[in-house]
Design a protein around this ligand. Sequence first.
Ligand code: PMP
Length: 295
Amino acid sequence: MALVPFDDRDGWIWMDGAFVQWRDAKVHVLTHGLHYASAVFEGERMYGGEIFELTAHTERLFESARILDFEIPFTVAQIDQACKDTCAKNGLTDAYVRPIAWRGSEMIGVSAQNTKIHVAIAVWDWPSYFSPEERAKGIRMCWAKYKRPSPETEPVHAKATGLYMICTISKHAAEKDGFTDAMMLDYRGYVAESTGSNVFFVHDGALHTPTPDCFLNGITRQTVIKLARAKGIEVVERHIKPEELAGFTECFVVGTAAEVTPVSQIGEYNFTPAALSLSLMDEYAKLVRRELVAA
Ligand code: PMP
């Protein structure tokens, strides 16, 4: 399938309060966000005309901006509405939604107090992050070379573009070796998350998941914890050492893009997708499509 570049498509992008033609949604090369990673973003999905957890995503966008010391010049309600309007304008009812906010070009030093803050929202059709075959079998992952930094080193709870530098390098290395993704440890050596999703393990019928104290506490992660607890499944949030993976039977990753995706391998450890992973995968799919009463 030919790749359609993301800057050469038909459609409309919401930019600073108005719709512009997709190909005209441009920034200048001297944009602070490009040079110094002063940009924050979101990833959301619309299912059957409704964006799942829209306001939670928008609030996280505002909080990410606040952590990076800038203020988005719109209200949460305005951005919520703009996300919905962008889907409608592009005629999509099932879509991936990508809002992004960044510092403009008025200043290009490290200090950027007087830059204009821009916001754009693009939406596109993106059925599944992983292929259906990969999903059923479980994806294969290796260990990432880079570690998630400590909260004293980076603003780890912001969904900020700069934090993805080590994710892209790690994911590329994984793909070169034939893996789908890479699992990252944190600065202490505990299991953290993948390059774009949170992780869960199954041990004796309970779910174990790393404490999100140096990475994103994903909205999907929080949803899956609620779903599992509503089913009477015990969920343990704790620090997990990599060698503990030898005793875990199932593993899956969760995120807005990944949804719930079983994992068959992380480095030297193997897992078999089974009842718990598959039932949560199914329930999450029903919940986001409003076929299941919220947990
Ligand atoms: N960790 C990282 C690094 C991510 O990029 C994402 C996707 N936003 C997640 C976790 C999962 O977050 P969410 O469930 O809110 O999409």
